[in-house]
Design a protein around this ligand. Structure first.
Ligand SMILES: [Zn+2]
Ligand SMILES: [Zn+2]
Length: 173
């Protein structure tokens, strides 16, 4: 949803607080789409510090469904977002354009709340997502989720080096 900053700019030290519903339903990241399964409205506070300088503060809690890196089970990753950024809306010309490139969620006096939240989620995207710290993953041979119990696969067959060592061991007996 777009939030118009012109109102807050109408007076010095003016503060506007709003609860803005988040329209975002999924996060597309590295060519994959991750659904948003829970979200709070964005608690937005915009302060006109003075001379067209604004402070944008936003808080939201967004839960994204991401598969576990090892076993692919669904994990509800909760992002607690806390944004606080200042912008000088008076800056003109080249500087302004450069700043806008860096923050595409601010187009003129229009603040794209969804895009701002999206950017923040990407910034906080975890390196690794695990359903639990000691996730055992899935068997590379039969595909069984090893968190649900061991499978009957002979894993020694999978690693040729290991098989060779076992051969030597068996022959020497
Ligand atoms: Zn897992
Ligand atoms: Zn197996």
């Amino acid at each position: 949803m777009l939030f118009d900053l012109t109102e807050v700019l109408s007076g010095e030290n003016k503060v506007i607080q709003r609860e803005i519903p988040l329209e975002l339903n999924a996060i597309t990241y590295q060519q994959e789409e991750f659904p948003i399964v829970a979200k709070t409205p964005v608690s937005l506070t915009v302060t006109h510090v003075g001379k067209k300088e604004v402070l944008i503060e936003a808080e939201a809690k967004v839960t994204v469904r991401i598969p576990c890196d090892r076993c692919l089970a669904d994990v509800g990753k909760v992002f607690h977002l806390n944004i606080s950024r200042g912008f000088d809306l008076q800056v003109e010309g080249e500087t302004r354009r450069r700043e806008l490139d860096e923050c595409s969620f601010l187009d003129g006096f229009q603040l794209d709340v969804d895009l701002m939240i999206f950017n923040e989620i990407i910034l906080n995207w975890p390196m690794k997502v695990l359903c639990r710290e000691d996730c055992r993953g899935i068997c590379r041979k039969c595909g069984k989720n090893l968190n649900e119990g061991a499978c009957d696969c002979d894993m020694t067959e999978l690693d040729p080096r290991m098989a060779k060592i076992l051969d030597i061991f068996n022959n020497s007996r």
